[in-house]
Design a protein around this ligand. Structure first.
Ligand code: HEC
Length: 289
């Protein structure tokens, strides 16, 4: 008889918690024990809300000790940064964003997203957003996800970034850096163990286009050549340019009619590197832009 247990992917056994102490601050744990889907939308773990506040805080104390002395150091670091992040949040929304950006190493704030914000990139980003971010940052990116009541500082309202672009135009590198590394002392997790680089750039494009209303995707300086999809012209204008022109911000829609022609039959873009009617037809080598 087959006695193997029913498999639900490798999630069946849950993650290794032996070094969990100090990986995340307490507020993340409160939201997560109350309902794991609040912080991690795909989680299979049951809710432990019925335990009540006292037992949940005991459980959290236990989790934060997992990992011995290393855990103690991480817990101390979380609480040091928690004090600062809460103070920054209390100081006001622009002050908070400036505080967040102040800690990002030099190259990132001036780095645009090297991936073109094609419909495909945005759709991939949307999927990642729904799977990992929506419980905190919310369906419209205003930080009002289901985890909000448990978290201090609250998840960032991305729309605030529109008036905090670096030099009035850069934001891609900042989004990438923060998503990759998380923000110690806040519930913002690091995703470098769960999302490969391309997914982080795609979700950055999604956040930028849908919630900030602008992406610096693929503008100069192009440090990393990742333009392997379509020839793509950035239709987004910086808030400053729009103001000068007295124009309206772009309509945020996945099928924006002004966006360049997209993937699909009839556009000759299905395999953009296969130039139609030339001898290059049939090569599998993408054209480098
Ligand atoms: C458990 C809740 C939680 C989850 C899940 C979460 N975030 Fe966050 N996020 C936060 C919090 C809290 C902050 C920082 C708030 C503060 O200090 O003002 C933050 C900040 C950020 C920032 C910083 C922006 C800046 O300008 O510095 C970015 C970018 C971000 N989140 C993107 C994401 C993305 C993308 C995902 C999913 C892949 C995600 N977050 C998942 C809670 C979360």
């Amino acid at each position: 008889m087959d006695r193997s247990p029913p498999l639900l992917g490798t999630e069946r056994t849950g993650p290794d918690l032996s070094q969990e102490g100090g990986e995340r601050p307490d507020d993340w744990h409160v939201a997560h024990f109350t309902n794991p889907r609040f912080t991690s939308p795909l989680s299979l773990m049951p809710s432990w809300e019925f335990l009540g506040d006292r037992d949940i805080s005991r459980l959290i104390a236990y989790m934060q000790a997992e990992g011995g002395k290393d855990a103690d150091l991480r817990v101390a670091r979380q609480s040091y940064w928690k004090t600062q992040s809460v103070a920054a949040h209390r100081a006001g929304s622009d002050e908070n964003v400036q505080w967040l950006h102040k800690h990002i190493p030099e190259v990132w704030p001036n780095m645009p997203n090297p991936y073109p914000a094609t419909d495909e990139s945005i759709l991939r980003g949307k999927k990642t957003y729904q799977e990992f971010c929506i419980g905190c940052h919310g369906t419209v990116g205003d930080g009002r996800g289901l985890a909000l009541p448990f978290l201090d500082p609250p998840p960032l309202d991305f729309t605030q970034l529109r008036r905090n672009l670096v030099q009035g135009k850069y934001i891609g590198g900042i989004l990438y850096y923060q998503i990759m590394n998380g923000i110690t002392g806040t519930s913002m997790p690091y995703f470098k163990r769960f999302l490969e680089s391309e997914k982080i750039w795609d979700v950055s494009n999604y956040v930028a286009v849908n919630f900030i209303g602008y992406t610096d995707s693929d503008i100069a300086p192009k440090g990393i050549d990742a333009a392997y999809e379509l020839e793509w012209v950035n239709p987004y204008r910086t808030p400053e340019d729009l103001e000068k022109e007295g124009g309206l911000p772009p309509i945020i829609s996945e099928s924006h009619p002004d966006r360049p022609p997209s993937f699909g039959p009839g556009h000759g873009h299905m395999f953009p590197w296969r130039k139609q009617g030339t001898e290059e037809q049939g090569t599998d080598q993408p054209i480098k832009h």
